[in-house]
Each structure stands twice: as C-alpha cells, then as structure tokens.
Design a protein around this ligand. Structure first.
Ligand code: SF4
Length: 629
C-alpha cells in the first residue's frame, strides 16, 4: 500500500492483486464465471442444446450482475432478520415472502446480498409449509434473471410485426377502449388464474365497479374442481378439509400423487413423512396406492396395485361393498347401501388382475385402523369417485383426521360451458376487449374450443405477461409484468392463514406489477404511480384485515411485524361443523368400462403445466421416478 508522496492510495486485497494486475482486472470484468462476456448474445448460439442452457444460466447471472438497482425504491419492506438499516457489503439480508409458483402459496425466505436476491428457502415460521419448498420454488429465482423476459411494452403482434411502445401510449389507448366498451355495453373479459389474494379480489371488485361490463374468467389447467364439487354436494360447502396426514396409520391413495405434484403436496409430504419418522411417531404408517401409471406416491407405496383410471369408480364401490355390506362396518346415518349391490372386490380382482391377498389385507387394515386412516382420490378422478371416497371416510370415522379449526379456501373457477359462452360472445362481436392477466389460454384451453380464432374477432386484446407466450403472440398489446420478487401481494389459501409477499429488488426492466397496471387504468388521471398497489394493499389491510383480526397492537406495528414474519394467523377462525349429506349418493354415476389406452394428464414435477419450460435448473433435474433428465 502506498499512501505517501501525494500519490493516490493503492489498496489491494491479495498478493495476487498487488503483483498481477492484468489477470485480476480480467477476473473483475467477469464476476461470475470464466467465459461470460459483457457482449454475450444469445442470437449467436445455435439451436436449443445443453450448451445453450448452460449459456443461458451464465447469461442470467451476468444480467443479474449488471441489472440490479436499489431495491428500497419499492416502498417499505422489512427484513426477516435484524440487520443494520443500510446494506452491509458481504452480509446477507433475508426477506420473508410468498412463492407464487403454484396455488400452494408457500412461505419463503429470500436471501439477498447487496440488494440482489441470490437464494430461496422455505420460511420455517410459515404454519403450512414450515420451511419446506419444492424444486420449482427454489429455481424460481432463475426466472427473475431470465434473458427471455419481456422488457418493455410492445404492440402489433396480431399483425405479425412487433414494435415497442411507451407505457404512456399503451395506458391511453387501453383506457380509451375500456371507456368505449362501457359506453357501448360491450363485454370486457379478464382471464385470470384463480385469485387467492384478498387485496386482488378487492381490486377486481373495484375495477368491475369502474367498468361495469367487466366479467372475470378464471382457470387452472390442473385443478381440484371435481374434489371441491363432490365436497360441496357431500357437506354443503366447498371448503376442503386440511388432513392431519401424520395421524393416519393407513393411507389409501387412488390415482393420487399427493406426495408428488398434486394438491397441497408440500404440506402433505411434510406431515405424511412425520408418520414414518421413528423419532416422531411410535408407529410407521402404511401406504397403499392404486394407480395407472407410476407416480412418486406409487414409488413410495408399501403396496401398489395397477389399475386403469376409469376403473377407479368400480374399485371404490367394491371397496365400500366389502366394508359396509360384507364386513358390516356401520354406515353413516341414514345412508342405505343399496347402491353398492352388484360390486365385489373378488370380481374386481379377477377382472383387472389385482392381488386378492393385497385387497384382503387392505380391507382388514382399514377396519383395524378405523378413525386413523385416510382414503384419498386424485384430482383427475371424476366427481362420483370423490363422493364415494367421502362416504367411505365417513363410514370409517376417518373424518377425525380433518383439522377442526382449519379448512382450505376455494377460489371460484370458470366452467367449460362458461368458457364456451365467452368464445361464442367473442365471435359474435359482443366482447370489446380481452385482458389476459398473466394467463395463456391459447396454450391451456382445448384447441377445439376455438379460443385462438375467437381472439381475432375482438377489437382489442391485451396480454400482461412476464415472457412471450402463445396468447401474447395473438394480442395487439403485450405488457411486461414484474417477477414475483419485484412485487407486492397477499395470499389466503387457508381460513386462518394469510401470507404476505414483498419485493426484494426494484424491477430490472421497464415492467410493472399487474395490479399496478389495473390501478393506472382505473385512476382518474390515468397516470401511473410507483407503488400504487403497495398503497392499495396497505389500505385494505388497515381498513379491513387488521380490524377483522382484532389484534391488540396498532396497525403500523402489526403491518411491520406481518412483513417481517411473512404471514399472519387468525387464531379465531372456525370451521362450520361438517355433516355428511347422504343425498349426495343419489346422483352418482355408474362405472364406464374403459377401452384401449387411457391417457392421464399430470403436471410435470419440474415444468408444472409448462410454465417453467425456460428454467435451466429445472431442465437439468432428473425425473424423480424414471431418473431421465
Ligand atoms: S409448491 Fe413449490 S412452486 Fe408451489 S408455492 Fe410451494 S414452493 Fe412455490
């Protein structure tokens, strides 16, 4: 170090830096990996290959290094751990937030260094996932740095030519069309995923009040609609129970991958494995699995029976016959077993080549563990199977394992008939505008529905999306949206839990949060305000959620504590007493014999419904059953 003789001080961090300035300068220019250059250009890469994936990963890191900015621009955000006010170089901060990768809304902790998110883990204080998350949640950080993210608004894709446009012009033209639709009574269709956010629900209600011809359509490609409808007909409401898997000695999974990619898998895995942990449980649970194709759940089963999905109704009816008629297990009140006549496990075993010994063992096990077992049907099975499964759990007294003070909250989804009406209205000129709220119906909805063709008959189509997709390619306006780590949000999937999402970095590009975009279109002056949704959400919490929770602290203290923890619990939430309605059994269908090959669509463990297809980390993960990469 030379700070004498009026020269500039020369600081160094290693002997190599002191003596070998050229190679150190070169290293500093490439912060992450050798080979990353500032003029990296994906266009120079040949077709998609393993090498390109690796290049994309490297490029993501390079973009991150150059694109970060002051994350504190996005309003008040609160670190999970007590750290100094200002960032300390080299010292990580953790922010509690919510993963938006799927409808489970897991609590997460985002580790940041110098304002840059670098790692995602589960939030151990979140009551549902308790520190556990899936590979998609962990890899979602890569989507933030995805070089294919949209960076600025574009228009004209319908005509095949894309051109950049300013947010100001996009806002003005879209607001004009919204007003024109209102004046001419043309429908404004907003296509969303199921909305789990209390604040976003309020936002949609206010948007519909401002533009009264608005109609909201929502869908989830993989959904539990049959399970909810069956629950509604059996118990009178659609709030599904939360199952205490750890207390079940016997679990029978029917075409259900509850340990893989179905339902609340993170919580189910956590609780189910507690029942297999000798340190936590005195008795190992037993898992029976009846399924058509090998799943992660089937791979973990103690007994696995192979059965085509269409035969599952026959299977549950034969099982009910064995339990209620043959073994005389008490049926639920006022339920006559006539509908079980004609079914038997013996016939089923011969017809489908199932092991009679395993079936006998299953029946005995279920009887022996009455009140301590669970029968669980997969999301893909039809409504009648779910009704019989609810009945069987009632008969066996397994409803003991439903949490009494907690239930899952349902979010309404649009039926296929309603989507058909939308398509008809679009083709008939009754729809003046379609807004795709982070959805890609051209990819998800069946092609026979004709959604893509119908879009061409609508005067203005808008896509709010993070990346290019099939729907955006047919929309006149494609508006880029923030990544989840650049956004505010709240999510309620349980009656007694609300999770909070806070931004940990300012937007890397010219993107906006979806909710902010709607607020701009609703505002009197049409001028976008940064953090508009933060203010909207905070005011909703101050005026409605905080008073409803009857907390003893003032709102500001409550709000900062909630942001710190990433979650709020309502210990007063109660679930209505559940009474089985035997009338549900009257409208059951009859088993339809299957022919030829059956196709059962399931979400990919890593790509989900395809939304993670551009995530290099997930592409590199082997399939958990086949081990194929
Ligand atoms: S299951 Fe995975 S993708 Fe879904 S919310 Fe949890 S961490 Fe995110």
């Amino acid at each position: 170090m030379d700070s004498m003789n009026g020269k500039e001080p020369n600081y160094w961090r290693s002997l190599r830096e002191l003596h070998d300035t050229n190679s150190v300068s070169e290293m500093k220019a490439h912060e992450f990996m050798a080979g990353v250059t500032d003029d990296f250009n994906m266009d120079n890469l040949s077709g998609m290959s393993r090498k390109q994936f690796l290049a994309l990963l490297t490029a993501s890191a390079a973009f991150a290094a150059t694109g970060c900015s002051n994350y504190r621009d996005k309003g008040e955000i609160v670190p999970y751990t007590k750290k100094p006010e200002e960032i300390v170089p080299g010292v990580a901060n953790y922010y509690a937030s919510t993963c938006t990768g799927c409808s489970q809304s897991c609590g997460i902790l985002i580790k940041t260094r110098e304002g840059r998110p670098i790692k995602i883990d589960g939030n151990p204080d979140h009551p549902v996932n308790q520190g556990k998350i899936c590979a998609k949640g962990q890899a979602s950080i890569l989507n933030l740095y995805d070089p294919y993210r949209l960076r600025r608004p574009t228009s004209g894709s319908l005509s095949g030519k894309m051109s950049d446009l300013s947010w100001k012009r996009a806002d003005a033209e879209i607001r004009k069309q919204l007003e024109a639709c209102t004046n001419s009574s043309k429908q404004i269709a907003i296509v969303t995923n199921p909305i789990l956010s209390p604040s976003a629900k309020k936002l949609f209600a206010e948007f519909a009040a401002k533009y009264p011809t608005t109609k909201q359509y929502s869908y989830d490609f993989f959904n539990d609609e049959n399970r909810r409808r069956a629950w509604q007909s059996c118990y009178g409401d659609a709030k599904l129970p939360v199952i205490a898997w750890e207390r079940a000695n016997v679990v029978l999974a029917l075409e259900s991958d509850f340990l893989g990619a179905e339902g609340d898998s993170i919580e189910a895995i956590r609780r189910f494995t507690d029942g297999r942990d000798v340190m936590k449980s005195t008795q190992f649970n037993r898992l029976y699995c009846v399924e058509g194709a090998m799943s992660l759940t089937g791979a973990n089963a103690d007994y696995r029976l192979r059965l085509r999905p269409e035969a599952q109704l026959e299977f549950v009816l034969a099982l009910a016959h064995a339990l209620v008629v043959e073994k005389n297990v008490s049926p639920a009140d006022k339920v006559a077993p006539q509908f079980l006549n004609g079914y038997s496990l013996k016939n089923l075993s011969e017809k489908y080549g199932l092991s009679a010994e395993t079936l006998t063992h299953l029946v005995d096990d279920l009887i022996e563990n009455r009140g301590k077992s669970i029968i669980y049907a997969g999301d893909g099975l039809n409504l009648s199977v779910h009704v019989v499964v609810n009945y069987l759990n009632e008969v066996l007294g397994n409803t003991n394992l439903y949490e009494q003070n907690q239930a899952q909250l349902a979010s309404a989804t649009t039926t296929p008939d309603e989507f058909l009406s939308l398509v008809t209205a679009m083709k008939g000129g009754q729809v003046g505008m379609v807004i795709h709220w982070g959805t890609n119906p051209v990819y998800h909805l069946p092609r026979l529905l004709g959604y893509a063709d119908a879009l061409k008959s609508v005067p203005m189509n808008v896509s709010l999306s993070e990346t290019e997709d099939e729907t955006g390619a047919l929309c006149a306006y494609v508006l880029p949206t923030n990544h989840a780590f650049e956004s505010w949000g709240d999510y309620q999937t349980r009656t007694d839990v609300i999770s909070l999402q806070q931004p940990v970095i300012a937007p890397l590009y010219e993107t906006r949060q979806k909710e902010d975009i709607l607020l701009t279109w609703m505002s009197a002056d049409g001028i976008h305000k940064d953090a508009a949704y933060h203010d909207f959400m905070m005011s909703h919490w101050q005026n409605e959620i905080h008073p409803s929770l009857a907390k003893k602290v003032d709102f500001k203290s409550f709000w900062f504590a909630a942001l710190h923890d990433g979650v709020v619990r309502d210990s007063r939430a109660k679930v209505q007493e559940r009474r089985f309605l035997s009338a549900a059994l009257e409208s059951m269908g009859t088993p339809q014999p299957g022919k030829g090959i059956s196709v059962a669509l399931r979400p990919s463990y890593y790509m989900d419904d395809g939304r993670y297809a551009n995530n290099g980390w997930l592409q590199e993960l082997p399939h958990p059953v086949s081990k194929v990469v």
